[in-house]
Design a protein around this ligand. Structure first.
Ligand code: ZN
Length: 59
């Protein structure tokens, strides 16, 4: 399975696509980091891939 993640531009915390998709907009889970991460921040190609293969990420 392809791993799709978004790296926080401020602190480098890596967030999995399924967490982003659940929340759409979420505060970075990094310690003390106030950045807002969005599913839409993923590249278009990765978003499409994730949505097409969503069931594989829910196991
Ligand atoms: Zn962060």
């Amino acid at each position: 399975m392809r791993i799709i993640t978004l790296t926080c531009p401020s602190c480098g915390t890596v967030v999995a696509a399924n967490e982003l998709e659940d929340n759409r907009v979420m505060k970075c889970p990094g310690n003390g980091c106030e950045s807002i991460l969005r599913f839409d921040d993923l590249p278009e190609e990765e978003r499409s891939f994730y949505l097409e293969h969503k069931s594989q990420y829910r196991l």
